[in-house]
Ligand binder design. Structure first.
Ligand code: UD1
Length: 437
């Protein structure tokens, strides 16, 4: 099989368009269909490595991160078929990938590092490139490494690669008790996957509680794993000998849903989202209610009804169930247009305020000190040419453009396409003037 050829042919390429052109000031109206969660889909794809059976994943978003992850699995000899939002992943055969290609793909996607858990669990050894730099901060991997060491793995670092090996002669990970120093989504997921095939029991203390972790545990349990407590800070995993294939549907993307709620609020528009799980969005909904938005919910359909005048409120980001860092930038765009002064404190990542300069270029009044932004609301933002520096910052600038006077050009579409399926098309359907150019 010519892997390089396969990788370039199978999945569509993104980012052939360069920017968004938005005419602001339009009211939005109608229903939005929420896609499957990016952060779930990516880790469920990594988890498929654990089984020799076939995994059918439904509701997978067609975004460039999923495309890169698919290519990465294909370089490992894994057979993947895609049909709209369904992926069929057959992991019976796995090979050592061509290193140059593997290196480039891993560098393009931090979550690729999360494959280390399932590769170690299945093969007893792994060689994975260190995750590349990221514009929102240093994003260390010490929690992944330290906790895998407790399961019996030794590590070496060579030429930007992590080389890991299970030390016991049976090459099987051994269950252990782990106390994470900080709540990390990725480290919790790495350990859930690794410990599922370990010998004996693993206890994860101070585990992250995000809905995507519950989603992963649910799929692993369907594959035959024995995991209890996912969604709380203590998770117990009884290791099993092997895992089988399964059919699984990815949960709705709470960050995409949150972005649309904020777009509705910033344009003072009433829209409905389906399917939507409000329990995944409690922190955002509470804050939007304090601003002056009302909500109606039934049968997985969430409707937002904002007042025409919204008030400023403060937020502090944190691990779930606290306010998600992934919605900090879009929330700041809203606060730039509300009545009063808002304090926005970022505690998860040390360098996630790049959007401030661009929002100020649109007429916002924001100053930042020690990762706390002080946002003085203005009556109207002004359409300008701005550039998104990461996925969520680009989304924030786009929703700012939807509410601004005149034309906004948002560059950085390649970031947006990493995580939002049909972003501009969905907004067009509810009345926005937004074009990909
Ligand atoms: C995941 C999400 C990302 C989200 C983030 C926080 C995926 C694919 N991505 O990223 O969208 O913004 O959670 O909700 O699910 N940390 C360490 N050592 C480690 C690992 C993490 O100190 O080994 C720190 C990080 O620097 C950060 C905090 O823990 O300050 C949270 O990071 P983490 O939850 O690990 O983020 P990711 O899993 O990378």
């Amino acid at each position: 099989m010519d892997i390089k050829n396969n990788v370039t042919k199978i999945f569509k390429n993104f980012s052939h368009k360069k920017y968004l052109k938005i005419e602001g000031g339009k009211f939005l109206k109608g229903n939005i269909e929420i896609s499957g969660a990016k952060n779930s889909a990516l880790v469920l794809m990594a988890a498929s490595i654990l089984s020799k059976g076939e995994i059918n994943l439904f509701n997978v978003p067609q975004i460039s991160d999923v495309s890169i992850m698919s290519k990465l699995l294909i370089t490992m000899g894994i057979n993947i078929k895609s049909n709209a939002n369904q992926l069929t992943i057959n992991t019976k055969e796995i090979i050592i990938p061509p290193q140059d290609l593997f290196f480039d793909l891993c560098n393009a996607l931090r979550v690729s590092f999360f494959c280390i858990g399932p590769i170690l669990a299945r093969f007893g050894k792994a060689k994975i490139p260190l995750p590349g730099g990221c514009s929102i901060g240093s994003r260390p991997i010490d929690e992944h490494i330290d906790s895998l060491k407790k399961l019996g793995v030794i590590f070496q670092y060579r030429n930007n690669y992590v080389i890991a090996k299970v030390i016991n002669p049976q090459k099987r990970l051994l269950g252990s008790s782990i106390n994470f120093k900080c709540k990390s989504v990725g480290a919790t997921e790495t350990l859930l996957m690794a410990a599922s095939l370990a010998k004996g029991k693993t206890i994860l203390n101070n585990a992250a509680e995000e809905p995507e972790i519950v989603d992963l545990a649910n799929m692993l349990n369907l594959m035959g794993a024995r995991i209890k407590g996912a969604g709380s800070e203590c998770i117990t995993i009884e290791g099993v000998e092997s895992l089988k294939g399964c059919d699984y549907t990815v949960i709705p993307d709470r960050i995409e849903a949150g972005t649309f709620l904020l777009a509705a609020a910033i344009t003072r528009s009433t829209i409905s989202l389906f399917p939507c799980e409000p329990n995944h969005l409690k922190a955002l909904i509470n804050k939007l209610e304090l601003c002056g938005c009302k909500f109606e919910y039934s049968n997985f359909c969430l409707k937002i009804i904002p007042n025409q005048i919204l008030n400023s409120v403060d937020i502090t980001t944190g691990p779930f169930p606290d306010f998600p860092t992934d919605l900090q930038a879009p929330f700041m765009a809203l606060m730039a247009t509300t009545n009063g002064i808002s304090k926005i404190k970022e505690t998860v990542f040390e360098n996630r305020m790049h959007h401030v300069k661009e929002l100020n270029h649109m007429g916002a009044k924001i100053t930042v000190k020690n990762n706390i932004a002080k946002v003085i609301g203005v009556k109207k933002l002004q359409g300008r040419e701005v550039t998104g520096s990461d996925l969520r910052a680009t989304a924030a600038l786009a929703i700012a453009g939807l509410s601004a006077n005149g034309k906004t050009i948002v560059k950085g579409l390649e970031h947006l396409e990493r995580g939002y399926e049909n972003f501009s098309e969905k907004f067009q359907e509810i009345g926005a003037s937004i074009l990909k150019k």
